[in-house]
Design a protein around this ligand. Structure first.
Ligand SMILES: CC(C)(COP(=O)(O)OP(=O)(O)OC[C@H]1O[C@@H](n2cnc3c(N)ncnc32)[C@H](O)[C@@H]1OP(=O)(O)O)[C@@H](O)C(=O)NCCC(=O)NCCS
Length: 258
């Protein structure tokens, strides 16, 4: 159990945050927080499975200093499920022996922290719990999750925690009659990362091209120094080279989202 104590201007006391498994007595508050935080409704079966630990692992954050008998009431949570690597949508991104059918992944289903307790590192600690748990399973190759494309606090959080954004899925979510894209984030574990994913290969080729362009430019500059006359279209060449660099930069930083 992790414990921390910090100051939060949104609550009138100094919180003492602890992390524990979710338990049956959390059912009502868990349903309430999910309905407050998410634009989609979860089935009651989902909550039953969470609180009873049926195929789902979960942690709650509680504030032990919270007054009015609420010192064991969840103010944050994370829920996750173990899935088989071979059946998952990221099977192609993993380095694992496909003949070993028991390879697994941990998929984060829901994560949330009530507003008054945000930006205190609680979600970070909850994800650490999931990573610690997943790492302790020798056949587990990664922790992964989906996030809606406009959820900047969550995207910031996953990137900060070294999750890799491996895909953008068009229209993945359908909420109130509208489609929204999602990003797929992966945290590789136990040698789960493929030695060379297609994205890394493209990045490698682009970098080689970039290096090649640089060395051509360096040679031209050297020749210029030596007084060698350059062809008339040199400015165009330089312009193209600069534009390429800008494109490459955009592609490789944006490439994280492929
Ligand atoms: C996403 C969420 C779980 C984060 O919880 P949290 O306990 O506040 O997270 P942490 O305190 O561990 O980290 C928050 C980070 O996000 C940053 N952040 C907060 N608001 C942000 C914003 N609008 N844009 C970008 N970053 C933001 C914080 O600065 C902090 O980063 P830092 O440590 O580098 O300063 C919480 O905002 C939440 O419950 N949102 C609603 C439910 C949700 O979106 N769940 C995720 C579904 S995938």
């Amino acid at each position: 159990m992790i414990q921390s104590s910090m100051v939060n201007p949104k609550i009138s006391h100094r919180p003492t945050i602890c992390y524990r498994p979710i338990q049956p007595s959390d059912l009502e508050i868990l349903e309430q927080i999910h309905s407050d935080l998410f634009p989609v409704r979860y089935e009651s079966e989902f909550f039953q499975n969470v609180v009873n630990g049926r195929d789902i692992v979960s942690w709650a954050a509680v504030d032990r200093s919270r007054p009015n008998g609420k010192s064991d009431e969840p103010i944050g949570f994370v829920t996750a499920r173990i899935v088989l690597a071979k059946d998952s949508e990221i099977a192609d991104l993993l380095s694992y022996d496909s003949t070993k059918v028991d390879q697994t992944l941990v998929y984060i289903l829901t994560l949330g922290v009530v507003e008054a307790y945000r930006n205190l590192g609680i979600a970070t600690a909850l994800i650490h719990e999931v990573i610690k748990y997943a790492s302790s399973i020798p056949v587990c190759r990664a922790v992964y999750l989906h996030v809606i494309s406009y959820n900047n606090p969550a995207i910031h959080l996953y990137k900060k925690m070294s999750f890799k954004c491996v895909r953008r899925l068009q229209g993945f979510y359908f909420i109130n009659g509208q489609h929204y894209d999602s990003y797929l984030f992966v945290f590789y574990l136990n040698g789960g990362r493929s030695p060379c994913s297609p994205l890394e290969f493209v990045t490698f080729v682009v970098n080689c091209m970039k290096t090649g362009l640089k060395s051509v430019a360096a040679k031209l500059i050297k020749n210029e120094d030596k007084g060698v006359r350059l062809p008339k279209h040199k400015e165009t060449r330089r312009l193209i080279s600069t534009q390429n660099k800008r494109m490459i930069k955009t592609e490789s930083s944006g490439g994280e989202y492929v």
